[in-house]
Design a binder for this molecule. Sequence first.
Ligand SMILES: [Cu+2]
Length: 132
Amino acid sequence: MMRLLHVIGVLINLFLIVGCGSRSVPLRETQVINGLAITLETLEHPRINTAVDFIVVLQDDQGNPVSDANVYLDLDMPAMPMGITRPVALPEGEGRYWARTAYTMEGVWEITVIVEREETTYRATFRRDVLK
Ligand SMILES: [Cu+2]
């Protein structure tokens, strides 16, 4: 009986995790800057004061992954200066980089992805509307 209850508990947990995931699906957007395709994948409807993951994917103009860049983000609100939030995105290989940070206010934020590679700096800016 205990074992059955345990199994049911695990199933309910799985259901909750899947349920949450489907409510907050990451949105993928790509900008091509001087031949470098910069893709940002992060929550479409993020909430304030909650850890948020940012995946950056880089591809050159041949479609090859770019894994040797320095990548960081710069988060700010267009309506007001919010101080400095510049998390470094750590390389995961295959042209993927990962960062995690939190938005500290509701409203529109700009997420600028800065890529430094071979003396060149690339910048792509994306937007998210952060909910309370
Ligand atoms: Cu603000």
